[in-house]
Ligand binder design. Structure first.
Ligand code: NAD
Length: 335
């Protein structure tokens, strides 16, 4: 098929509804169907965007005119739902992480590649102008060799403890941390050698009761001596914030999400906003950008997309963060 991509959004809770409503007005994609195991949820989102609602994935999979599924079901269901889509010969854009089990993640990635299907992971920062242009500046050598990276995701408030349970969402290190771990390798291309981390369970004791923490800090040793630090929080209160700072041998890059998105380049000549990086809503831009890249990948265009293996690596880093926080020891990563 060619022309507008005929897409179904599967799982239209919190994140899936954002995807469906952000993508529906876009040129190049027809959101023809939505599906959710809750018929009321599927119907409500379907009515809002003019898409057919399904509560049975096998009924949806039997439709012959859908080319791809965007999957935003709960994390533990991703492997089964992705497999259902691949069984039906469909391309997949799956929310992060692909699986909490790196082995399962790798086998899904390998299956999609062997069957010539696109399996893209929802690492939206890679498609949001502030991060895209920051990365281009790094790749162009604007700051020299990356030496230190500081990556923060500070969410306003924690989800319910049942969601934070590492068995359900992966916990803070994986549920939130996969985005930042992915950025480390995306920005530098350097192998991750060791991970050292500490949980900071300082605010909400209910998260500790399910084995998670509301704050953590991790240090990641990269090949060649560069270091990335990741700090994650579920109690920023003022908003869901993301910041990325990279010090290079010849300058620095600062990426902000709030109050509006921008990337700044700092060199001996001064500090300046990178043209084209400013956006009121860097998150929505990232959601739109990754959907456009997905369409390109499905149509065989040479676009760079985060594959299933990028999720495998990011989850492995998250597991190393959890292991280091539990043992107090640095954990070696085989990458
Ligand atoms: N990329 C991001 O920044 C980001 C942000 C939030 C959530 N997420 C990811 O999105 C996914 C969903 O998270 P959420 O917070 O929207 O969860 P949610 O619970 O709000 O929504 C999930 C929806 O999926 C439905 N569902 C459950 N099992 C299903 C199945 N087998 N088939 C179809 N529908 C099913 C549920 O009824 C629910 O409506 C998670 O994997 C999460 O990691 C990503």
């Amino acid at each position: 098929m060619s022309g507008r991509l005929r897409l179904a959004v599967v799982g239209v809770g919190r994140m899936g509804a954002i995807h469906a409503e952000t993508i529906a007005p876009m040129f190049g994609i027809d959101v023809v169907a939505v599906a959710d195991t809750s018929p009321e949820v599927a119907r409500a989102v379907g009515e809002r965007i003019g898409a057919t609602a399904y509560s049975s994935l096998s009924d949806l999979a039997a439709r012959g005119d859908v080319e791809a599924w965007l999957i935003a079901t709960p994390t533990t269901t991703h492997p089964a739902v992705v497999s259902t889509a691949l069984d039906a010969g469909l391309h997949v854009l799956c929310e992060k992480p692909l699986s909490l089990d790196p082995g399962e993640s790798e086998s899904l990635a390998a299956r999609a590649a062997a069957e010539n299907r696109v399996l893209q992971i929802g690492f939206w920062r890679r498609f949001s102008p502030p991060w895209m242009l920051a990365r281009k500046a790094v790749m162009d050598g604007a700051i020299g060799r990356p030496l230190m990276l500081r990556l923060s995701q500070w969410d306003a408030d924690p989800p319910p403890a049942s969601f934070c349970d590492p068995a359900t969402s992966g916990g803070l290190a994986i549920d939130c941390g996969v985005h930042e771990s992915d950025l480390v390798t995306w920005f530098t291309g350097l192998a991750i050698e060791h991970v050292t981390a500490r949980n900071l369970p300082l605010v909400d004791p209910s998260l500790g009761e399910v084995g998670d923490a509301d704050n953590l800090v991790a240090m990641i040793d990269l090949a060649g001596g560069a270091v990335a630090t990741i700090d994650l929080s579920r109690n920023a209160r003022y908003g869901d914030d993301v910041r990325t700072e990279i010090l290079g041998s010849n300058g620095a890059i600062f990426v902000d999400l709030l109050p509006t998105g921008r990337a700044r380049l700092a060199t001996a000549e001064g500090v300046a906003t990178i043209p084209g990086s400013e956006t009121d809503d860097a998150f929505a831009e990232g959601i739109r950008g990754q959907a456009i890249a997905f369409v390109g990948a499905v149509r065989g265009e040479p676009v760079e997309i985060p594959s299933g293996s990028t999720s495998t690596l990011a989850v492995a880093v998250g597991r190393a963060i959890q292991e280091s926080a539990a043992t107090g020891q640095p954990i070696a990563l085989a990458t």
